[in-house]
Write a protein that binds this ligand. Structure first.
Ligand SMILES: [Mn+2]
Length: 318
């Protein structure tokens, strides 16, 4: 990777926007806020930040998260747009045109399905999170990482490794996280925000989903359908379904888990997790993507038909 181009591109740009992916998670939001701080501190520029959908309440502790705006609130013509943790352009949703309009497009990511859609690409498929790619850039360029940036990056490391539990947790992950603690990130505090601060109705929705979970292939497939009615019942915000698919995978019998969420009568969102099978390939069949053990897609079918189609594809690989 040509790290110098990161510095030169930011130095040249008069206007910068950082773009996070739709249904934002701890990696895209933590890395976006960290990058905002890094650019401010090292280049004396204040970039804009764009988010799509709802920022989960638990991430309101991230420094500068309140500066993030929806694409419609933002300028549409930037010198530089930086996509962070975005596997494919369609994950930008309403920010897509801002990215396309920018004179220079930068892509910072770690998804193995990322095709390098930017003019400048920092894509490391071995990194545990986009935050790690950004961390490596700062180290290579000797950029200042202040406490606020460290909090954002630590949040990315923590959440994308499932609390340092997933296969992407390597010696380097912990070494770099330790550095972020030295830079001022407080691990117990960030953990508490990420894992012990859930809205009450979110926990109740999860309990409802566990009780109504379905199983196939000798319990190897665990899944749940979430309708708009379920969401209404628990006054659930969009992000309340976060984590359910991992809870289904937690059972010792599960090989593949998935959650189907009704968006409207002809659109269903699928989240897939696995222990062994490559679910990014299954998501790919429906136009989605992601990682080997964590992927997602949108299926243009009603929820029950989408479910049958997905089950069919999963059974082929199990
Ligand atoms: Mn990520």
């Amino acid at each position: 990777m040509d790290f110098k181009s990161f510095k030169e591109t930011i130095e040249k740009a008069q206007s910068i926007v950082i773009i996070s992916h739709v249904n934002p998670d701890g990696d895209t939001l933590g890395s976006m806020c960290a990058l905002y701080r890094i650019i401010k501190e090292n280049f004396n520029k204040a970039p804009d930040m764009a988010y799509n959908g709802i920022i989960p309440e638990i991430y309101s502790f991230l420094p500068s998260i309140n500066e993030a705006k929806t694409p419609s609130e933002l300028n549409q013509n930037y010198d530089l747009a930086i996509a962070i943790d975005i596997a494919a352009k369609d994950r930008m949703c309403d920010s897509f045109s801002i990215f396309e309009n920018a004179k220079i497009k930068m892509n910072i990511d770690h998804h193995k399905t990322n095709i390098g859609y930017g003019d400048i690409n920092f894509v490391n498929k071995d990194a545990c999170c986009a935050g790690e790619v950004l961390f490596d850039i700062t180290q290579q360029l000797n950029l200042v990482l202040n406490k606020e940036a460290a909090i954002g990056l630590y949040t990315a490391f923590l959440t994308d490794t499932g609390g340092f539990r997933y296969e992407n947790t390597k010696a380097d992950t912990l070494k770099k996280s330790a550095k972020l603690i030295e830079y001022g990130a407080n691990p117990a505090e960030i953990s508490r925000y990420c894992y012990e601060s859930k809205p009450r109705n979110m926990v109740l929705l999860h309990a409802h989903c566990m009780v109504n979970a379905k199983f196939e292939n000798n319990n190897k497939i665990a899944y749940v359908l979430i309708t708009n009615k379920d969401m209404e019942k628990f006054h659930a915000k969009n992000d309340y379904t976060e984590g359910i698919v991992e809870e289904l995978r937690r059972m010792s019998t599960t090989e593949v888990s998935f959650v189907l969420k009704e968006i409207d009568e002809n659109t269903t969102k699928a989240s897939l997790r696995s222990r062994t099978a490559d679910v990014s390939k299954i998501a790919g069949i429906f136009g989605g993507g992601g990682h080997t053990f964590a992927a997602g897609c949108t299926i243009r079918k009603p929820v029950d038909i989408a479910c049958n189609k997905l089950l069919e594809e999963i059974k082929k690989v199990l």
